[in-house]
Ligand binder design. Structure first.
Ligand SMILES: NC(=O)c1ccc[n+]([C@@H]2O[C@H](COP(=O)([O-])OP(=O)(O)OC[C@H]3O[C@@H](n4cnc5c(N)ncnc54)[C@H](O)[C@@H]3O)[C@@H](O)[C@H]2O)c1
Length: 262
């Protein structure tokens, strides 16, 4: 089992929601965090809360490779290694790919390319860049640890989320591909790659969703409520600690099953 004390976590999207909960838990267990996020106001808040001895914050846009490189190098500069990488930065931009207009069924409303790219650029390319640059530094500094991606129940196919579901399905395959690649380089005993796939979790992301639709979804959740971000963070900590866990995706959704209508 891996220890957290004095170990280093790099968390993107860590100024809010699941990433912030993970940062709090990591620091509570005696670790150091380097948080990258695009939201400067929330970065300031989390740094004030966690204190500057254990927490470094950096304004990072995960779509920029200059930023992700600088995030990974900052962790090395201040703490000498990276033991956990949690790319939590993510966005949604929901709409149907094609939908007949209510006024004129012959008129079809299409998802604009920008709406597709808005999500793919952050949730897929942003994670690729973050993981690539952190893995590079983990290898150079001979760090032992774990990468934990954030997939979603959306990876199973949610209507109105072709962009988001596609990005989250990709997060389900990252652990398999990267574990195989690390194994080919004799690194898979040192660096493990896994993913968590949360269901509807109480964060600013779901606050921004259609609340009527969310209420209907809640009725489908066997535990009768949304998941708390602290519960996802707790699962992520266990995945980090437990070295038998490798190359897999772990769902945490309170029993939710998606039906034919997604
Ligand atoms: N909330 C849910 O129901 C749920 C369910 C499954 C998976 N997830 C995933 O969990 C992760 C965290 O989401 P959350 O629910 O905590 O949402 P959140 O909105 O609370 O946090 C997301 C964070 O990402 C940051 N961010 C957005 N774009 C960025 C960019 N370009 N560069 C850097 N930072 C950026 C935001 O500023 C924010 O702090 C996301 O990947 C999300 O898709 C969330």
């Amino acid at each position: 089992m891996l220890e957290v004390k004095n170990k280093v976590a790099v968390i993107t999207g860590g100024a809010s929601g699941i990433g912030a909960s993970l940062a709090r838990l990591w620091v509570k267990e005696g670790g150091f965090v380097v948080i990258g996020d695009i939201n400067e106001e929330n970065l300031f808040k989390i740094k004030t809360e966690l204190g500057s001895t254990n927490c470094i914050t950096l304004k990072v846009d995960v779509r920029s490779e200059t930023d992700t490189e600088s995030l990974a190098k900052t962790a090395i500069k201040y703490f000498g290694g990276i033991n956990l990488v949690a790319p939590c930065a993510g966005v949604i931009a929901d709409m149907m790919m094609v939908s007949p207009s209510k006024e004129d069924p012959k008129k079809v409303i299409k998802m604009p390319l920008e709406t597709w790219k808005k999500v793919i650029d952050v949730n897929l390319t942003g994670v690729f860049l973050t993981v690539r640059d952190c893995l590079e530094q983990m290898i150079i500094t001979d760090s032992k640890g774990c990468i934990i991606l954030i997939s979603s129940t959306g990876s199973l196919g949610t209507a109105g989320q072709i962009n988001y579901s596609s990005s989250k399905a990709a997060m389900s395959i990252f652990p398999k591909v990267l574990t195989a690649e690390l194994m080919r380089r004799n690194l898979s005993g040192k660096i493990r790659v896994n993913a968590v796939a949360p269901g509807y979790t109480q964060t600013s992301m779901t606050e921004g969703m259609n609340q009527k639709a969310l209420e209907a979804i809640k009725e489908q959740v066997p535990i009768g409520r949304m998941i708390y971000p602290e519960e996802v963070a707790s699962l992520m900590l266990e995945i980090y600690r437990n070295e038998a866990i490798s190359g897999e995706v772990y769902f945490i959704h309170g029993g939710l099953r998606l039906g034919s209508r997604g």
